[in-house]
Design a protein around this ligand. Structure first.
Ligand code: HEC
Length: 105
């Protein structure tokens, strides 16, 4: 399966087509929207500048680490590691973080 995905990725890259797996927007839609699109579980919503203001003041590396390893700023609030999608690569998560941050500041 991994080999197939790799082959498809290379084929797409060669034709200049957007590579779905490394595309932050599609990763966001598949893995992050459930919470960050709706505010479920207290998640800061995509595009909610006020909710993201203090978060984007941190550097990108911190936000990426929090998204990859998980993060809880207070009891009852929890960003699960990789949004629960442990099948996604760190690069996929970083691309999704970049997408969210760019839409939210
Ligand atoms: C099950 C719900 C849920 C899913 C799915 C989810 N998140 Fe989160 N996320 C949260 C919550 C809740 C917080 C706020 C945590 C806090 O501040 O304590 C959060 C916070 C964050 C933050 C801010 C961290 C910080 O330092 O302030 C980032 C970045 C983030 N999520 C990225 C993602 C990405 C990328 C995905 C998809 C791969 C994702 N999240 C999927 C619930 C979710």
């Amino acid at each position: 399966m991994k080999k197939l995905v790799l082959a498809a990725t290379i084929a797409l890259a060669a034709t200049g087509t957007t590579v779905a797996l490394a595309d932050g927007k599609s990763t966001y839609q598949q893995a992050c929207f459930a919470c960050h699109g709706t505010g479920a579980a207290g998640a800061p919503k995509l595009g909610d500048k006020a909710a993201w203001a203090s978060r984007v003041k941190q550097d990108m590396a911190t936000l990426e680490t929090h998204a990859i390893k998980g993060f809880s700023s207070k009891p009852g609030l929890m960003m699960p590691p990789k949004g629960g999608r442990m099948d996604l690569s760190d690069a996929d998560i970083k691309a999704a973080v970049a997408y969210i941050v760019n839409q939210s500041k």
